[in-house]
Design a protein around this ligand. Structure first.
Ligand code: NI
Length: 198
């Protein structure tokens, strides 16, 4: 359909208005972010969740606002990656110091086996600031989706199974906003990165 000259006349000011609004929104965003240099750039990773902690208490993302938080996903039957990650995080927390306001959240990808009690028992070998989280399958799946976590049940012998899962440690700021994937193999770099957000 060809536009009449009149319609075209109308379209130009509308287009100009849209462009101006976009520029204004852009300027407002730049102003906001320069006023608040401590905020990480907006991210699609992370968000609300509702689970129970390893003492059986109901918790949400709101519960953990106020402290820099490391979030990672795994399961207590994990043969190597999870214990290694927990050990590395324990070392990093030791380097940060006993009074450092930092917290770890170990979220199970295997809530069918990982009860609050089992998580608590398992985590007692690591830094006290690491809390285990579990919940029912839909609540866990919702959080896995929010954090873009890959996990899959892998049958082994008989009724037994293992879990494949991604092993990223998410560094979250005090508002539980995603900052970065933490370089846990390089403890000194990880410590510096966490301190930037404390
Ligand atoms: Ni694991």
């Amino acid at each position: 359909m060809a536009l009449s000259p009149q319609r075209r006349h109308l379209l130009l000011p509308i287009a100009t208005l849209i462009v101006s609004l976009a520029l204004l929104a852009g300027a407002a965003w730049v102003t906001l972010s320069s006023r608040n240099p401590g905020a990480p750039p907006p991210s699609a990773i992370g968000g609300p969740f509702s689970l129970i902690d390893h003492d059986g208490r109901p918790v949400t993302d709101e519960t953990f606002k106020g402290e820099t938080t490391l979030v990672f996903f795994g399961f207590t039957h994990c043969p190597d990656v999870c214990p290694t990650t927990l050990f590395e995080i324990t070392q990093i927390m030791k380097k940060l110091g006993a009074s450092a306001k930092v917290r770890g959240l170990f979220v199970t990808v295997d809530p069918e086996r990982d009860t609050a009690e089992l998580l608590k028992n398992y985590l007692s070998s690591f830094d006290k600031r690491i809390t285990g989280l579990t919940g029912d399958r839909p609540a866990i799946d919702a959080m896995l989706k929010t954090y873009r976590v890959y996990s899959r049940k892998v049958p082994t012998e008989g009724e037994a199974y293992s879990m494949d899962h991604s092993a990223i440690v998410y560094l979250m700021d005090k508002q539980m906003r995603f900052v970065n994937a933490l370089p846990i193999q390089d403890a000194d770099r990880a410590v510096k990165e966490i301190q930037r957000w404390m």
